[in-house]
Design a protein around this ligand. Sequence first.
Ligand code: ADP
Ligand code: MG
Ligand code: ZN
Length: 474
Amino acid sequence: MDYEAVIGLETHVQLKTLSKMWCGCANQYGAEPNTQVCPVCLGMPGVLPVPNEQALRLTALTGYLLHCELPRHVQFDRKNYFYPDVAKNYQLTQLAYPSTVNGHVDFEMQGESKRVRITRAHLEEDVGKSFHFDRQSGVDFNRGGVPLLEIVSEPDITSADMAHAYLNALKDILVYGKISDCDMEKGMVRCDVNVSVRPKGSQTLGAKVEIKNMNSFSGVRRALQYEIPRQLEAISRGESIVQETRRWDDVANMTESMRTKEDAHDYRYFPCPDLVPFEPSDNWFETVREGLVELPMDRKKRFMEQYQLPENDAEVFISDVPLGDYFEKVASHGGNPKALANWVINNLRAQLVEPEVSLDSLRFEPAALVELVELVDTGKISSKIAQSVFTDMFTSGKAPAAIVAEKGLVQVSDTGAIEQFCDQAIEANPGPAEDYRQGKDAALNFLKGQVMKLSRGKANPALVGKVLDQKLRP
Ligand code: ADP
Ligand code: MG
Ligand code: ZN
């Protein structure tokens, strides 16, 4: 029998807010342990939480970006458990009344479009971080109380590669929307992976294995590349899969059992009595929608349609948003978009790697690039000369036409002048000239190069080829 994998992901993302979820402590990575804490995020008795409105806004904005419904009644619940990194003995989360439900993420994978439905994206709080030393352990509560979005997918993912592509698409959206920096190195995105297998075409779900707390997308892919065959092999041996939580061991490259369903937690959720339900007005939602941005996929499609750019160029402009925005500024002045994209992607981007150069500090106007392309397209300068004009524009800020006039760079398209250069080149290189006469086509390029040198790059190369050919093979 043919089996298929069924995967659902629970992705935790730290929100990009200045302060924590319930107090004024900084939401900032990398400080000395326990320096960004207060009685509220340390869970002292008698303190009261004050919701961070920006976190609620970013959550709602995520809902819009993921095409979710945004319920008008939102409530926080206490999820009770004991663990050293949770000082309060409970975590605040949204169980029955989450901020967003029923959305989807669209993305492309190997040229095919895919959709993964989103069950919900709800707001909760991060917990502290435990450290284990030789003889003791410690807890850093700086992370405790940082707003955390949990994005739960439907079990719509069918392979390790698709899980990887979904996570990247989700990350792109969150970075675009300025919801989160999604810096994996700083632990800003963590993922629980749920995976089961079932006979192909079956509508019922198999028992799922949950792999907890993955902190890299490539790790998720590797864990699934191990876990799916493990389950399939167990079934082919006649065993059945038990519902359990497994841990991914990145060094051994395998999953191992942590706990089975029997010792599953009972969190005794209940609505937090310290917080009133959140029932935002239409106006509040309207102001959240002002933060809506064009999604990466939409941007790519638009760049390909509006400017007739190839996919590769469009992809450069979705991964480097400021560069794409700059290209649009240039293209708004007219000209051939593909040629303009080449200049922006190849020439301009190469200059931007210099630390002192940035898009906001360019000395020339965006329209100057249009002018430069026109000079090439109309044959006034060769594309080789255009490179040096570009360098000049870059340093002097002068307009391309002015540079061309000043330096006398206008391409020589006057046949008389070109004939003279060609005669000189043939005379100086009798060997290659004879080769070409005898039918060796490659010799023409050499002679062309000589003519270009004689003209100091200003001869029109197409014309040079034509004249040489006429002289040698009349
Ligand atoms: P739990 O109650 O164990 O947390 P949920 O129903 O809340 O389970 O689902 C958690 C995640 O697991 C979701 O992303 C969901 O899509 C996924 N999931 C649920 N059942 C399965 C299954 N049988 N196989 C794979 N993924 C599953
Ligand atoms: Mg769950
Ligand atoms: Zn605090």
